[in-house]
Write a new protein. Structure first.
Length: 270
């Protein structure tokens, strides 16, 4: 991982789209700092399409799509995207899996839920589970005392033993049934909403993240950035970002936004 200051000015100035995780990427200690929210707005005003790509639930994503300065949001690790059209006052909701299959999958996840709570003392169902449409989120450090790494891995293993996909974030282990992930739904969102083919335009896209469940995005986007706290996952993450910030969380995200915006301004006056 190279310092964000090493991102070539020419590459930074050509960025047209920014995707970013939320927890511990836009936030610090569970809070969204004003500087990170302002950076989202500055990017959007500068003409850069912005979208959070998160593991957070549908209920949160509805609010984010409506109220944040973003073009849309991919939620529950790729289960759906939401995009709110201000002019028509209409929310566009697209899911990777249909309603009937999601209902069947939730029944199977109840079995996984029971196993995890029985076999991993100290684990808990995430506080935002009531607002989820497609996955099961197990809290290992957000509202419970942090679990040892081995116990977090055991949670992931139980999901996989039950035939589910499981991804570890900085606060939850998320599990679901289906072949989607953050990247597959980001590709669909970009095409449907932004008119963007990410396979062709990936050099002009930045993804910012912080944890193992961001690995598909880190691997795909050549200009992917990690905020400083991603370093704690070295050796436990399938793919690392190209660049890393000095600061953690939302303050690191501001470094990425500033690198892009300053390069764009310099290019405009050159």
């Amino acid at each position: 991982m190279r310092a964000i200051s090493d991102m070539p000015a020419d590459a930074a100035s050509r960025i047209t789209t920014l995707f970013a995780d939320i927890d511990d990427t836009l936030t610090n200690d569970g809070r969204l700092p004003a500087c990170a929210y302002e950076a989202l707005e500055r990017l959007l005003v500068a003409g850069i399409a912005v979208a959070p790509i998160t593991g957070r639930p549908a209920g949160w994503c509805d609010m984010i799509a409506r109220m944040w300065p973003v073009s849309g949001v991919v939620g529950e690790n790729g289960a759906f995207y939401f995009s709110y059209h201000q002019d028509g006052r209409r929310m566009r909701r697209v899911f990777a899996i249909n309603d009937g299959q999601r209902a069947d999958d939730r029944k199977k996840l109840e079995i996984v839920r029971a196993r995890i709570l029985t076999e991993v003392p100290g684990a808990a169902i995430s506080a935002d589970q009531h607002y989820r449409e497609a996955d099961l989120a197990i809290d290992f450090c957000e509202d419970v005392p942090p679990l040892p790494t081995g116990e977090v891995e055991r949670i992931k293993q139980i999901f996989e033993e039950e035939g589910a996909v499981a991804k570890v974030s900085s606060i939850h282990v998320n599990g679901w049934y289906g072949t989607y992930d953050k990247l597959t739904m980001t590709r669909r969102f970009a095409s449907d909403v932004l008119g963007l083919d990410i396979d062709v335009e990936k050099e002009k896209i930045v993804f910012v993240g912080d944890s193992p469940n961001d690995a598909p995005m880190f691997r795909f986007f050549p200009n992917a950035c990690g905020v400083a706290n991603v370093v704690q996952f070295q050796g436990r993450i399938e793919a690392e970002p190209t660049y890393v910030t000095r600061a953690e969380g939302g303050h690191g995200f501001v470094e990425v936004a500033n690198r892009i915006l300053v390069a764009r301004r310099k290019r405009a006056v050159a």
